[in-house]
Design a protein around this ligand. Sequence first.
Ligand code: AQP
Length: 325
Amino acid sequence: MRIFSGIRPTGGLHIGNYLGAMKQWIALQDTNECVFCIVDLHAITTPYDPKELQKNILETTAVYLAAGINPDKSVIFVQSTVKEHAELAWLLGTITPMGELSRMTQFKDKSKQHKDYVNAGLFTYPVLMAADILLYKSQGVPVGIDQQQHVELARTIAKKFNQKFEKIFPEPETILPKTGAKIMSLTDPKRKMSKSDDPKSCISLFDTPEQITKKIMSATTDSGKDITYNITKKPGISNLLTIYSLLTDRSVQDIQKDFEKKTYSEFKKSLAEVVINYLEPFRRKQKELQTRDVYVKDILEKGANRAKIIAETTMKEVREKMGLA
Ligand code: AQP
């Protein structure tokens, strides 16, 4: 299968991004043709500092590499360096119904979050995301649950294009992890963990052991004492149990048994240890990569060259089918 996915270079990546999206990418790259993008054109739809963007792009690339994306197996590149993304987005915009875009929950959430920054780019974000996916004729899109609605719209757009012009696009499928598709905020377990949220609410992949311990020990828990999974009555503890289970590859039931007569504090201490140990190799690799900008830039350049070959071929076909060539 051809696989496509991307992450916005909007700040330090957190374990939600890792467990929801990247962990799947790493597993998929062994048996599929994978294209992983740093989606800078999406990053500029919410407030950002132009002086920081290039730094964030390199940092996000370093995260991809530190987490285990292998540039010999997967194509890694920056979205804006392949111009066809923007061109295809414009063309697909002409067949995307306004009604479909108006339903998108991410637009509603982000326009509430950034009241002074509600721009047309934020509204048409899902069309650019459809272009990202369809440009590579991708069949699978591994993402967290918050992006599922956008992948479904990409399917709708692919279908519309195929019906109106000629069938050239596969209809992409969302690939969700069995668990971890929505890791919740540590400070408000009813909300999704987000990089643009308060740093206390998320565990960054490169937090120091001290920061991890502090954040987990002060994570919002629920009334009562039992360490049991109950998403409606105990969203805080349930979220921590999910993280524990995913990082240790043990079932939630097993972990609950271990902590049957223990306190929240004992459970949190143990979880902090699990997270620190799990993320230790990430921190080590990232430190190495911090001094290797030339190597990271070279990977991006080679990745962009590989991506362009596919992108140019698709665009030639699209232009022809739409009567533009
Ligand atoms: N909390 C989460 N749990 C599971 N998966 C998540 N993802 C994001 N948050 C969680 C998945 O990570 C990938 C990259 O997301 P993105 O950077 O493109 O944008 P996002 O979904 O808006 O992520 P954030 O962290 O909330 O970033 P900001 O704050 O910049 O908007 C996607 O596959 C996403 O599903």
